[in-house]
Design a protein around this ligand. Sequence first.
Ligand code: CA
Length: 418
Amino acid sequence: MNNNRTSWINVEPGSDFPIQNLPLGIFSVPGKAPSAATRIGDTVISLYSLAKRCFFEKTGIDQEVFNKPELNDFIALGKPAWHGLRESLSEIFRAENLLMRDYIQNTEDILSPVQDVEMMMPVKVGDYTDFYSSIEHATNVGIMFRDPANALLPNWRHIPVGYHGRSSSIVVSGTPIHRPKGQTNPGNNEPVFGPTKEFDFELEMAFITGQATPLGSSVSTAEAEDHVFGLLLFNDLSARDIQRWEYVPLGPFLSKNFGSVVSPWIVTLEALEPFRVPGPVQEPAVLPYLKFSGDKNFDITLDVLIQPEGADPARVCRSNFRYMYWNMAQQLAHQTVNGCNINVGDMYGSGTISGPTSDSFGSMLEIAWKGTKPVTMADGTTRTFINDNDTIIMKGFCEKDGLRIGFGEVVTKILAAI
Ligand code: CA
């Protein structure tokens, strides 16, 4: 889509949602069942209302795929349908299309101000994998918890390390999360039970797959992006003291599955095309099934802010998705190289996205360096981890040649343990 195209819907300067974005989500308004939506500026657009009036007739998309509380049925239609919908919306809402403007503005149930709607989980997440693909994050954790001289484990530059997580506890932005309780071993002596004392966030992106594969087949790095529907912001909440005690030998378990939070709008890979960049050089060379061609990283600026109760938010991190050592194509190729099948609506977390400098670290564990460097909040209080009643805010956006495409926010208030 032309970068200069504008919409007859108002888009404020600096908005994450110009007509070039057209993200997809699920919204609800009082008295109506949840259904599919897109967004331009601060206006939420009902896709089911448009589909019912035959706006997407040319695309051949069954209108009922938009009349669902999740996007899975639409996503399952594949790339031609995703592209067709985007083309249709781009035409309907372009500034010159006054005929459409007059019709839609005079039709009651198509447009809603964003403040009048509730955003829901955009997909029913099937399987969920979380990778560990930022070399800066893996190195920082290795220095803090193992051997500074050999911070990266021997497999790290050869394998996109990951684990299978739990999808039942993935929730949408705005859902408050209680401080989890669990077993820890603070003195490396006798374990104790209680609320975590090391409540942390992990700044991540996640991608959603949109094309299933049969068991026994593999997805190559060249094919992988055809399976990627789009991306979300992802806050992988973590309890570090629980994690430290439980993670050997089988990896994270109860330290990660008490609430993992995504942003409500899925930004499609097609909208992110202008922001491709090369990734870091991979040395030593990877095995043949992990080789790829072209630019597979994306320049997405990522911010984390912490807002204590009654105070202004303070930014504690500015990172970028482009720092990822392993890209999405390599992650998906690795996930399926053994014949593991994937499904529509699966979610794949990137792992914490840390950059090279201390102001770009993607978790409190790293920012406050295991509690040794407290961070000052807007109200003068300090944090080494997250306190009760703090709100964690993550934002993400791309900017190039006057075009800005953003993800909005993922906002999570942390409540006391129950
Ligand atoms: Ca994680």
